[in-house]
Design a protein around this ligand. Sequence first.
Ligand SMILES: [Zn+2]
Length: 80
Amino acid sequence: MSPAYCYLLALHVKRQKAPNMTKTFECSHGGVVCGANIEGESEEEVLAKAVEHAKSAHGVDLTQAKTLARYAQSLIRDKA
Ligand SMILES: [Zn+2]
């Protein structure tokens, strides 16, 4: 396998693995009166930020509430 081929393959895999699609999470969609709009490059990133936000802004620890965390994850949308 030539190095050039390797490089192209790596690029291809990288693009497939991480599509350049911004994910967003709007706190108000969770039924909270809150204008927070969280964005990230992956669901994991958005969820991590949402966990931080819920904790600091609403006093809710999503990591201690699996149902809530899953619910929050289901609210993450691809940014239009
Ligand atoms: Zn909020």
